[in-house]
Design a protein around this ligand. Structure first.
Ligand SMILES: Nc1nc2c(ncn2[C@@H]2O[C@H](COP(=O)(O)OP(=O)(O)O[C@H]3O[C@H](CO)[C@@H](O)[C@H](O)[C@@H]3O)[C@@H](O)[C@H]2O)c(=O)[nH]1
Length: 317
């Protein structure tokens, strides 16, 4: 099968490419001139890399015309919530226009059999009241960041392009995911990197944190990429599915678990710069719909995710 991954050089993209190669798929992936290649270095000779700027419709048309994929995993996006406050326009254009160009290119090529998964987000739920947890797909969308709004738009565009043109689009609202190669800006990866640096004496034994009271549902990235393939194997076109474990961690408690993995004594200190204008306080997933449809279950225990992330950073700092 010919598979295209937008954002193959990224955290999820690189894990997905490895998973699909092992299954025997022919993998194509998009990158931009400034993309870092370190995540895909070991598989560079096995995949077809295509330079593509998703914001440019011509670039995307050429890509789709050339590859004519059987499946597309649309992962490329501006994915860090705080960046979306600093540059909201960039987040909107990257995420919404990029996806629009992709759908238009598929539509114009008449690829109605091409199955497309789009990476939507639990950030779309935003403000969630305690009585609304765990969160199912019918919960109101009340995004609390420009990023969340951009993901609502991506999500609804997916719905609309399916309804209007019959494109085979499956929408996945993934809750937080972590694992080796996670960007250093994201919470657990950031904490793991700081621990690695402190252990090596590269910084004083003080770990800087933001809001420790937020609650998140973390899935290992290796379970997430398996979920994405199942979404295209068995998901109903036009439908939306939550993906998450159903188990939550207060960020402060997750940090305590990470700190148990080091012998170094570390002080935890709040850094006001790490606080957000508005934070999503609780994201607790109800993935019943997805599990019933696909049989997916998370397999990697949270403590393995933490250990693997810490080991990843210990090798790199
Ligand atoms: N990044 C970061 N977050 C911190 C820190 N301290 C506490 N937090 C809190 O930890 C939570 C998780 O932050 P992130 O890892 O940055 O992820 P996110 O904002 O929840 O968004 C992630 O998950 C979404 C799915 O729900 C994804 O869509 C999004 O791309 C991203 O991966 C937030 O409540 C944040 O305020 C810190 O030092 N750094």
């Amino acid at each position: 099968m010919k598979v295209l991954i937008t954002g193959v050089t990224g955290f999820v993209g690189s894990h997905l490419a490895e998973y699909l190669l092992a299954k025997g798929d022919e993998v194509y992936g998009t990158y931009r001139v400034r993309s870092r290649m370190d995540h895909i270095q070991p598989i560079l000779s096995k995949i077809h890399l295509m330079e593509c700027e998703l914001k440019d419709p011509v670039s995307v048309q050429q890509l789709i015309e050339q590859v004519k994929p059987d499946r597309i995993y649309h992962l490329a996006a501006q994915s860090f919530v705080p960046t979306s406050w600093n540059s909201p326009q960039d987040t909107m254009v990257n995420n919404i226009v990029g996806e629009l160009n992709l759908f238009e290119a598929v539509r114009k090529q008449g690829l109605l059999n091409c199955r497309i998964q789009i990476a939507c987000s639990s950030e779309e739920y935003g403000m969630v009241y305690p009585e609304e947890t765990p969160i199912h797909e019918e919960n109101p969308l009340r995004p609390l960041s420009p990023y969340g709004v951009s993901k609502v738009a991506q999500d609804l565009l997916g719905y609309q392009y399916h309804e209007s043109y019959g494109l085979h689009i499956v929408r996945t609202r993934t809750f937080n995911h972590e694992g080796p190669r996670r960007g250093e800006a994201f919470v657990l990866s950031n904490f793991a990197k700081q621990i690695g640096e402190i252990e090596k004496g590269l910084k004083p034994p003080v770990l800087h944190v933001g809001n420790l009271d937020a609650v998140r549902d973390f899935t290992d990235v290796r379970d997430v990429v398996r979920a994405y393939t199942l979404a295209l194997d068995h998901g109903t076109p036009g439908e939306v599915y939550n993906i998450g474990t159903g188990t939550t961690w207060r960020i402060g408690d997750a940090l305590d678990e990470l700190l148990k993995l080091t012998d170094t004594k570390i002080e935890v200190r709040q850094d006001p710069a790490r606080m957000r204008p508005s934070d999503v306080m609780i994201l607790h997933c109800d993935a019943t719909r997805f599990m019933s449809k696909t049989g997916w279950r998370p397999e990697v225990p949270f403590h393995k995710t933490l250990q693997d992330m810490l080991d990843y950073w210990r090798d790199r700092v």
